[in-house]
Ligand binder design. Structure first.
Ligand code: G4P
Length: 455
């Protein structure tokens, strides 16, 4: 039991939310670099010349020649076990993107400081807010010309209706960006660039009156920085950590992911400000993550991950207890018992059997065709989760079967995709006995997936 508690307490499970091109993929890679995971031979291996890209992380894999998981990256840092969940379909927004946010305990919101808050960031933020999870903000691309920085902070507060506290503040902007000042420790972190940001940026830490800090900045930038710091400090209240943990305040960090500026401070802040797994609501009341019996829910189904096997993987967020290989659980929706022999960590196209997992972790179950989005798997049949909300559809399409002779396989295939939660089916009031089905989705990509899978 003490073991279980300690394992749960050291878990940190989060996702990165952003609008395409703000730098999510770059920041993911840099968090891995600073977390030491890029050197973890075996889990992240060199893979070059991959051409297909089925998720954003496969894009990362393709671009950088490293293999990363398509759903969750797990690494140990400073005694903590970090699970970084991919928000799939980042560029092709879909309901899957929202659902992943039901499986995390915190989020990092990446904003391009040249652009401010963009539409997709706002939508994803709303889902996080509904869940009341802490959100850390990373203001990215400070090495380029940005919008007025105080205005960006105001924009977070007014557009998202959340208090924003700048934990650090940039020293110089654009070509003159040299580092960030940590307002909580009152130290300046001055960085040096490395070629293509391939290595950690060498850093020098000192007070702002230190000559080395003054020398690193041109006089204009230094004065501007001091002036803005004065405005921030005059604005009052310090950082309210308790409010941040409730999602009422977002701590804001500045940096440049591509140059590795400010990444270490963000990673350290994640350990400090992102909480371990919290109790979750179930039909049997609040369920503590360190309760003995195992339980979790399916938040994502991925079909045909391996074209050679035409299989499907149900991704389960563990919410309580300990998972061990061959564990027997009840599948709440059908009441059937299953032995979970096929639990995997999925690394791109590679798989590794999972021997054990704790609340906060994600396990990939291969081949259980009964399992659908939102389903509960548990050792305690009284526990049923209701974690996956319905998201308002924004796109609609009609689907019909061009080949009446194949009615049965068409109906069966569509039913399977509906069960997987790829799209939703709506029945129009005036449908009569029409043979077309009205499909509804959050993003148009979902329709393409349906068409592709049915063909
Ligand atoms: P995304 O996953 O959110 O879509 O963004 P991604 O990381 O792919 O970054 C989008 C573009 O922004 C990339 O440029 C990336 O290099 C650039 N970028 C990310 N962080 C920074 C930063 O701190 N400063 C600057 N100046 N650029 C940044 P690209 O031209 O699309 O790709 P690449 O050829 O650079 O790889």
């Amino acid at each position: 039991m003490a073991d279980l508690r300690a394992e749960v307490a050291r878990r940190r499970t989060f996702a990165i939310i952003s609008h395409p091109d703000a730098g999510k993929t770059t920041l993911t890679e840099k968090l891995l670099l600073y977390g030491g995971a890029l050197q973890l031979a075996g889990s992240v291996t060199a893979r070059k010349n991959q051409s297909s890209s089925a998720s954003d992380w496969m894009e990362l894999e393709r671009k950088r020649g490293i293999s990363v998981s398509s759903t969750v990256l797990q690494f140990d840092y400073e005694g903590r076990r970090i699970n970084l969940l991919d928000t799939p379909g980042h560029k092709d927004f879909s309901e899957d993107t929202y659902r992943v946010l039901t499986a995390v305990d915190a989020a990092v919101m990446v904003i391009d400081a040249g652009k401010g808050i963009e539409s997709q960031t706002r939508k994803l933020f709303e889902v996080c807010r509904l869940r009341g999870i802490p959100i850390l903000t990373f203001m990215n691309k400070l090495d380029r010309e940005t919008r007025d920085l105080l205005e960006l902070i105001d924009e977070i507060e007014s557009t998202l209706q959340i208090h924003a506290f700048a934990v650090n503040w940039p020293m110089g902007v654009g070509a003159r960006f040299r580092g960030v000042y940590d307002r909580t420790t009152q130290e300046a972190h001055m960085y040096e660039r490395t070629v293509r940001g391939a290595y950690k940026a060498p850093v020098h830490v000192a007070g702002i009156e230190d000559p080395t800090v003054k020398d690193a900045l041109d006089a204009d930038s230094y004065h501007h920085f001091v002036e803005q710091l004065g405005i921030l400090d005059a604005a009052g209240a310090g950082f309210d950590r308790a409010d941040a943990l409730k999602g009422g305040t977002t701590p804001v960090f500045f940096g440049s992911a591509v140059n590795n500026f400010g990444v270490q401070l963000l990673l350290d802040a994640l350990l400090a400000h992102a909480p371990p797994p919290a109790p979750r609501a179930t039909s049997a009341g609040l369920l503590a993550p360190d309760k003995d019996s195992f339980s979790g829910f399916v938040f994502k189904i991925q079909g045909n991950m391996d074209p050679k096997h035409r299989d499907r993987v149900a991704f389960v967020r563990v919410c309580s207890g300990k998972f061990t290989r061959d564990l027997s659980v009840v599948h709440s929706r059908t009441g059937k018992s299953y032995r979970l022999a096929n639990a995997h960590k999925i690394f791109g196209r590679d798989r590794e059997i999972i021997e054990e997992a704790y609340a906060g972790d994600v396990i990939g179950l291969v081949g259980y065709s009964d399992f659908g989005i939102g389903d509960t798997l548990t050792e305690d049949p009284a526990v049923v989760f209701d974690e996956i909300p319905r998201f308002a559809p924004e796109c609609f399409a009609r689907i019909s079967n061009p080949n009446p002779a194949k009615y049965k396989p068409f109906a069966k295939g569509l039913e399977q995709l509906l069960r997987e939660g790829v799209v939703r089916a709506l029945v129009p009031r005036d449908a009569g006995d029409s043979k077309t089905t009205l499909l509804a989705a959050v993003g148009p990509l979902q329709f393409e997936v349906v068409q592709y899978r049915l063909e």
